[in-house]
Ligand binder design. Structure first.
Ligand SMILES: N=c1c2ncn([C@@H]3O[C@H](COP(=O)(O)OP(=O)(O)OP(=O)(O)O)[C@@H](O)[C@H]3O)c2ncn1[C@@H]1O[C@H](COP(=O)(O)O)[C@@H](O)[C@H]1O
Length: 106
C-alpha cells in the first residue's frame, strides 16, 4: 500500500528512468497537454461520482485523480515537499483565523 508521497516518488522514478509498457511513461511521452486532459477528465469523474450514493466510485475516482495530479507535479518540476510546505503554512494560517474568530466571538 502506498501513501501519496510514495506514489509521487514512484512517478518521479518513472520520469527519471522510463520503463517500457508503463502507463506513467506513456503520459510523460505524450506530454503536458495529455496530462492536463487526464487531470480534467479525472476531476470531472470525481464530481460525477460524488453524486452517486455508492461511495466506492468516489474513492476509485479520487485515487485516479490523485495519481494524475502526481504525474502533473512531476512533469512541472514541483516537488512533493513544496505541497507539504504550502499545507503546513495554511495550518498556521487556519489556527490564526480560528483564534481571530474566537476573539470576535467574545
Ligand atoms: N495509481 C496509478 C494509476 N491510477 C490510474 N492509472 C491508470 O490511469 C488510466 C486511467 O484510465 P482511463 O480509462 O481514463 O485511461 P486509458 O483509456 O487507459 O488511457 P488514456 O489513453 O485515456 O490515457 C488507466 O490506464 C490506469 O491504469 C494508474 N497507473 C498507475 N498508477 C500507479 O503508478 C505506478 C506505476 O505504474 P506504471 O507507470 O504503469 O508502471 C503503479 O504501480 C500505480 O501505483
Amino acid at each position: 500500500m502506498q501513501n501519496l508521497e510514495e506514489l509521487y516518488q514512484l512517478v518521479l522514478k518513472r520520469k527519471e528512468n522510463p520503463k517500457e509498457g508503463s502507463y506513467t511513461d506513456y503520459l510523460f511521452t505524450k506530454g503536458l497537454d495529455k496530462i492536463l486532459k487526464k487531470v480534467g477528465e479525472e476531476s470531472t469523474e470525481v464530481i460525477v461520482a460524488s453524486k452517486n450514493p455508492d461511495k466506492s466510485e468516489l474513492v476509485y475516482e479520487t485515487a485516479d485523480l490523485l495519481y494524475h495530479l502526481m504525474v502533473l507535479l512531476v512533469e512541472q518540476g514541483v516537488g512533493f515537499d513544496e505541497i507539504k510546505v504550502e499545507l503546513a503554512k495554511r495550518e498556521g494560517l487556519m489556527s490564526k483565523t480560528k483564534d481571530r474568530r474566537k476573539i470576535q466571538d467574545l
